[in-house]
Design a binder for this molecule. Structure first.
Ligand code: NAI
Ligand code: OAA
Length: 309
């Protein structure tokens, strides 16, 4: 297996590091327009092999896309991160051009690759990648819901004083401060609904904290997060390259599912060697479906901005 990660900044390098440590592929290529960055980080990671005991071959390059030839999976992290006080949506002007250009370069050498889009605003960047590439829809996967679900479990575990690994919880909808939908009604602690253990106020706070999870970290750090995003990116890659058929919330193209079409939005999908293989239909109640529709409206408005760029 061969995996390429474009963008060797905070998220790209952390994704690559997780991929290498877990030997998810034989060959890993890092690319970044900043001279020396991808090459240097690839060499630095390579020097951890003797300490961590992995065998993945890592190479880095500034702009030589021929090195990415024959990649099975490509992860796109290139683009600006937000600063405190900004929304992810404000990044669209710069990142749309970057993501579109990178996709074209990648497809020249890896026309059959499965593409994982991380750059923000992720739902719109995923839609752009699908629209501009002509790649089959099941091969384009936006990373957001898996990260938001991990944050949801983090806040739930803090409130319940339990292990996050004993929780099942999912966030669907857009990957935006106001568009994500933590499905607390479906969240369980070892099969028992968490709603049985938490007051209405506690539930509201957990949902609210989850929705601004990325903004909270951006305010603390001064730029957006990378440890959980990198781990989330690698988890998606793992389910694809190992054909694990894991169910994650991912941003995928909808064609009537959840009442929406001509949009990429976060829904539960099964991930395997063919990319996203199936959308799982959770039964939403009236409020949840209304929130999903509202989220779709907001993402559609951002997608419309693409026409003006
Ligand atoms: N979907 C998600 O859940 C998450 C998305 N993000 C997004 O991921 C993106 C990257 O974030 P960070 O890694 O923190 O930023 P960063 O600034 O640390 O790294 C971005 C890298 O992209 C490179 N780059 C820019 N244009 C390029 C091009 N044309 N070709 C190749 N490389 C290029 C830059 O040189 C830089 O090294 C941001 O848009 C951020 O908002 C971040 C966290 C989570
Ligand atoms: O918050 C940001 O801008 C980066 C991101 O998407 C996240 O960490 O969820």
């Amino acid at each position: 297996m061969k995996v390429t990660v474009v963008g060797a900044g905070a998220v790209g390098a952390t994704t690559a590091d997780n991929i290498a440590r877990r030997e998810l592929c034989e060959e890993l290529v890092l690319l970044d327009i900043k001279e020396g960055l991808a090459e240097g980080k690839a060499l630095d990671m390579t020097q951890t092999a003797a300490l961590l005991g992995f065998d993945t071959k890592i190479t880095g390059s500034t702009s030589d896309y021929s090195k990415t030839k024959g990649s099975d999976v490509v992860v796109i992290t290139s683009g600006l991160p937000r600063k405190p006080g900004m929304t992810r949506e404000e990044l669209i002007g710069t990142n749309a051009n970057i993501v579109k250009g990178v996709t074209q370069n990648i497809l020249q050498y890896s026309p059959d690759a499965i593409i994982v889009v991380i750059s923000n605003p992720m739902d719109t960047m995923t839609y752009l990648t699908l629209q501009s590439s002509g790649v089959a829809k099941n091969k384009i996967i936006g990373m957001g819901g898996i990260l938001d679900s991990a944050r949801f479990k983090c806040y739930l575990s803090m409130a319940l004083n339990c292990s996050p690994n004993d929780l099942n919880a999912i966030v669907i909808g857009g990957h935006g401060d106001t568009t994500m939908i933590p499905l607390i009604r479906y969240a369980t602690w070892n099969s028992v609904p968490v709603t049985e253990f938490l007051s209405a106020e506690q539930q509201q706070k957990i949902v609210a904290d989850t929705m601004v999870g990325g903004a909270t970290l951006t305010k603390l750090i001064g730029t957006s997060a990378w440890y959980a995003p990198g781990a989330a990116g690698a988890a998606l890659v793992e389910s694809i390259v190992r054909d694990e058929k894991k169910l994650f919330s991912c941003c995928v193209s909808l064609d009537g599912e959840y009442g929406q079409k001509d949009i990429c939005l976060g829904v539960p999908v099964v991930l395997g060697k063919n990319g996203w293989e199936k959308i799982v239909d959770y039964k939403l109640n009236g409020d949840e479906q209304a929130a999903f529709n509202k989220s779709a409206d907001a993402v559609r408005n951002m997608n419309d901005v693409l026409k003006m760029l």
